[in-house]
Design a protein. Structure first.
Length: 306
């Protein structure tokens, strides 16, 4: 006998209440210690250092909403984040790519089912000294710079030799060709910006959220120190900066994904934070840091400015 629609709705509501209650209840492990839940406990995560300003803000908001939580984030090169995931040093990582097929196969053999999801479309920004006249480049010129074939001497600067920006340029721009011998790696994104401010021929490669125009004082300060390069994508006519609209429309050429990968054997704090990042509050914060949110339905409308 089929249940009528009203009874189905009641049962569905009761089920949702039970799930919420289960998620908020403290669980005990076999040794008697408290196990984290979606809204309580402590978790360590590893984050690609290009996302540090954004994730610091996300954690601050999440912990204010759920004061019984503590998320300890370590910001490091992307390669180190994946090492942490595989050696169980971090249950959750936030990086610029999803798991590769061989990585998924490894977890499958270990009978582990990691979860992953794209949270945003990110952009890699190129920055130059404010006194450098070459702040408008075609992609052909970018390829010449990144392979050491440009007629003008450039000093390419990354945040770290194992960073996601190095991998992105090597894979997406150089297509396997080596970077120039003069390429250098600073230790952090702020150090890349600092180096560019002191060297007229330097071109820095960083994540766009480090130079986004937000209320973060240190980010605004970076904007006054360097010039963000305008780029023209192949097949396009306009030179554009990595603004949200151009990132979303892919008319800015240096775009990539932002993903979380979660390896959690139960619905714990990692799942709770992941849900927050993919929900409206987390996505709006992603938008504030000028990445293009992947989980929001964004509609662009033409407007006339007076």
């Amino acid at each position: 006998m089929f249940l009528n629609k009203k009874l189905k709705s009641v049962l569905l509501a009761v089920s949702c209440i039970i799930l919420v209650a289960a998620g908020c209840t403290q669980r005990q492990t076999k040794n008697g210690t408290e196990q984290d839940t979606a809204t309580s406990g402590t978790i360590r995560i590893s984050v690609d250092e290009t996302y540090q300003p954004l994730i610091e803000a996300e954690i601050k908001v999440f912990q204010s909403l759920y004061p019984k939580t503590k998320i300890i984030a370590e910001y490091k090169p992307e390669a180190e984040c994946f090492k942490d995931l595989f050696n169980d040093s971090a249950r959750m990582i936030i990086v610029t790519r999803d798991l590769k097929p061989d990585e998924k196969e490894y977890f499958k053999k270990e009978k582990i089912r990691p979860q992953s999801m794209q949270l945003a479309t990110d952009a890699v920004a190129l920055i130059v000294n404010n006194a450098n006249p070459d702040s408008i480049l075609t992609m052909d010129q970018v390829r010449e710079i990144m392979t050491g074939k440009a007629p003008k001497p450039w000093q390419v600067v990354f945040d770290n030799q194992n960073s996601s920006t190095v991998r992105f340029i090597q894979d997406s721009i150089n297509k396997g060709a080596p970077l120039p011998a003069s390429t250098m790696a600073a230790k952090t994104n702020p150090e890349v910006i600092d180096y560019v401010t002191k060297n007229k021929n330097a071109i820095g490669v960083i994540g766009v959220n480090w130079i986004s125009d937000t209320s973060d004082p240190k980010v605004i300060d970076f904007n006054t120190k360097v010039t963000t390069v305008k780029l023209r994508a192949d097949g396009f006519s306009d030179f554009v900066k990595p603004y949200q609209f151009y990132i979303g429309m892919k008319s800015y050429p240096l775009t990539r994904g932002m993903f979380y990968v979660l390896k959690e054997p139960y619905q714990g704090l990692g799942a709770g934070f992941a849900t927050f990042l993919g929900g409206q509050e987390g996505q709006l914060l992603i938008g504030r840091y000028k990445l293009y949110p992947a989980r929001l339905n964004i509609v662009f409308r033409e407007a006339t400015l007076k």
